[in-house]
Design a protein around this ligand. Sequence first.
Ligand SMILES: *Cc1c(COP(=O)(O)O)cnc(C)c1O
Length: 399
Amino acid sequence: MSDQDPLAGAHLDTLAVRSGIHRTHEGEHAEPIFATSSYVFESAAEAAARFSGEQPGNVYSRYTNPTVRAFEQRLAALEGAEQAVATASGMAAILSTCMALLKAGDHVVCSRDVFGTSVNLFGKYMAKFGVDVTFVPLLDAAAWRAALRPETAMLFLETPSNPLCEVADLASMAQLAKEHQCLLVVDNCFCTPALQRPLALGADIVVHSATKYLDGQGRCVGGAVVGRAEQMNEVLTFLRTCGPTMSPFNAWVFLKGMETLRLRMEAHSAAALELAIWLQQQPEVERVYYAGLPDHPGHALAAQQQSAYGGVLSFLVKGGREQAWQFIDATRLMSLTANLGDAKTTIVHPATTTHGRLTPTQREQAGIRDGLIRIAVGLENVADLKADMQRGFAGIGRQ
Ligand SMILES: *Cc1c(COP(=O)(O)O)cnc(C)c1O
């Protein structure tokens, strides 16, 4: 056998299945779960060397765990990154990034259109520790620029946005960050590296909620931070000290999830596109928001920086909250839950759930109207999803 690395230059599918594997002497084919909190040493001298860092190796699972390391290596390979750091959740990934790379007095410019809990993390907790945050509309380039201060250390965004699928130009945002010598952090949860690789477009750091598409079947909560070794080592040090690490069992579930990531993302995207086109033709629908539709303002950009348009779409039913609720309550197949990135299609009314804590004015500014319904398309047969939506439409106006 040649000693050439078979993964050098390998494609995403191959990396998703083959990277991060370290077989033990048992010769196991699938990745093992190292369900252990600590590790034993051969001698007192070895223990001392491991603790001092003189000898590499495992000490304790808050620091390192082989299953978690396999997950980190596989995700780093998919994102084309030097290093990934696994965390207990997506929120722990964002928190760890901030705690490791920001300090009191720093300023962050954050897209207004990010995951609601991310808004709270920045607005409530970072602010409490002296990190000032300015929220700006995702697509308002002038607002991003105007918000910059000498102490701005980080730009934070999510693209495509939830629930309206607005698409940010990652290359130009990376350019802005570079000009200002601050970090561009991108939450890549909706696309995953199967559809979009922000680091290749110039972003410094990618954060993930592995809970969503990396798992893909709604089983585990987890997250990750991905980027250059220089920053990832800081994130790792925070994690080792403060503890929001990923469990080995969850890491194993995500490892298995990643093996089918591209196939799933393509299936989610194809089904979402078919449903989006179909929804546009329904008389009860006022508007459909999906970047895969040629009339969506982000279509051209998404076609350029993503390899497909993802599984999340929204649509506006004619009327308002009452009609949207009637639609949702008349469906029988889709799961009524705010979660996404699952084989099971989910449906939610953003204005009264995920965006319910915003004031009516904030909701209006964000474009979250009362008739808006968000669907995260799963892996069921599209004909059955259409039939369920027909039930929804039939429920509108019925007493
Ligand atoms: C779910 C989600 C998060 C938070 O992830 P958890 O794993 O639930 O902590 C962050 N960003 C986006 C875009 C999400 O959808």
